[in-house]
Design a protein. Structure first.
Length: 228
């Protein structure tokens, strides 16, 4: 997926270096994702600074602003020997190892099972009070991935056990994850080429996510990116 201007799906101009926008939309983008006022702040400090958070929370947990610190004996200075939280595990869906591939309907069903009042939405529709916006994308063979809208209106994400970032695969800020560069094949085997949906998720509701599957000790950037 080549980088593109994230302002307008119909814009054919290339984004400027280090920018989400082309020269035409650099100073003003008429298409916006309105906020409800319940968006979380950019979570780099919460998730990046402690190894027990960095290495044990994936894009799913980050998108839902979920904190579930493992027992101390499961973590050391190199990481945490625990699996990631997985969509659908809390509501009884099977482990991903028993499912072939990743599909949007499967992920959306799992999310609805875990969080019954989650709602599908669009980039330009505002979530109701008490909700904020996330986005779901998939690499149909290998993986799923989530982005979330932060309190500054931009988007961030946490690729697997790596650090929270505001940048897409081309190192550009994320204004619209549907139009952002999601091809990470240069550093991993992942290309999230399929956009599933924008979703409104609750801020204050108690969420009970569940870890699932097995996870080998991860030592490389390639393996640490995976959500599983």
């Amino acid at each position: 997926m080549a980088p593109r201007c994230q302002c307008d799906p119909s814009c054919k101009l290339l984004p400027e270096p280090g920018s989400a926008f082309c020269i035409k939309h650099r100073d003003s983008c008429p298409i916006k994702s309105p906020m409800s006022g319940y968006e979380p702040a950019f979570g780099h400090k919460k998730y990046n600074e402690r190894i027990e958070m960095l290495d044990s929370h994936n894009c799913f947990a980050y998108a839902l602003d979920y904190v579930d610190i493992p027992d101390k004996e499961k973590c050391n200075k190199d990481g945490c020997d625990v699996p990631f939280h997985q969509p659908g595990r809390a509501s009884g869906y099977p482990k991903w190892s028993k499912v072939k591939g990743k599909r949007c309907p499967d992920l959306l069903g799992r999310l609805k099972g875990d969080i019954p009042n989650i709602e599908r939405t669009t980039f330009t529709r505002k979530c109701k009070n008490g909700f904020y916006k996330v986005a779901l994308v998939i690499d149909p063979i290998n993986d799923y991935h989530f982005y979330r809208q932060d309190s500054n209106g931009m988007w961030s994400h946490k690729p697997g056990g790596t650090k929270v970032t505001r940048l897409d695969a081309s190192k550009r800020p994320i204004y619209n994850p549907e139009l952002a560069d999601r091809d990470y094949k240069k550093n991993s085997d992942l290309d999230y080429k399929k956009f599933c949906s924008f979703l409104c998720v609750p801020t204050r509701q108690t969420k009970r996510l569940k870890r699932g599957g097995s996870r080998k000790r991860q030592t490389t950037t390639r393996s640490r990116r995976r959500s599983e």
